[in-house]
Design a protein around this ligand. Structure first.
Ligand SMILES: [Zn+2]
Length: 204
């Protein structure tokens, strides 16, 4: 369940994927599904104590990516400016699950607008949600795609090579904060990047 991707990146695959990065700071990308909370608590500490996570970056704020935000008491939390704006205007429509929204404590957490940091470049990729981002770790040529791209029928993960984008599934763009018309532009942005490994938000 916990898999080494590169020298500084580990993947925890529990329905939704989480990525732990040791890059200057200890960073977690997404916090997974609440339904898999016990497994998260069992596996992630094999790599790092939960209270040692310094930053949590959300690719977007759907319930299956923010579900365990309350497990990281010492982290600072980041999402895109647009995603934070949508969340403030309508938390339930942004998260898509009122129960998990309440349990995650997300409304009590200070969400900071993300900028490039710790070698991670932020790529704004509106489509699946207006405020969705991908993160590009140029140093190891890794692209974190959130729900913009799923593994689709490739199954093997991480998926390697730039051309693999052609085989991946695109995230849904019919959800309350989706913006269907932007998806094409977002994909074009990603194609211009130099990466060898894709780390998607889900393996299905
Ligand atoms: Zn999503």
């Amino acid at each position: 369940m916990l898999k080494k991707i590169t020298n500084s990146i580990w993947k925890l695959n529990l329905d939704s994927n989480m990525y732990f990065l040791e890059v200057e700071q200890k960073i977690l990308i997404d916090t997974g599904s609440r339904m898999k909370r016990e497994l998260l608590k069992m596996f992630l500490p094999k790599m790092i104590a939960l209270d040692k996570i310094e930053k949590v970056i959300f690719t977007h704020l759907h319930y299956d990516h923010i579900g365990n935000a309350d497990l990281f008491p010492n982290a600072k939390f980041f999402a895109s400016k647009q995603e934070i704006k949508d969340f403030r205007e309508n938390p339930e429509l942004t998260v898509l699950n009122a129960d998990i929204l309440a349990k995650s404590g997300l409304q009590k957490i200070e969400l900071k607008p993300i900028v490039d940091m710790n070698g991670l470049k932020v790529i704004n990729t509106p489509g699946h949600t207006r405020g969705s981002i991908c993160l590009w770790y140029e140093k190891e040529k890794v692209l974190f795609t959130g729900d913009t791209f799923f593994s689709g029928n490739l199954r093997s993960s991480p998926t390697a090579g730039k051309s693999c984008l052609d085989h991946l599934c695109l995230g849904r763009t019919d959800l309350p904060t989706s913006i269907d018309t932007e998806m094409k532009n977002s994909i074009e942005k990603l194609r211009k990047l130099d990466f060898k490994i894709v780390c998607p938000g889900h393996d299905y």
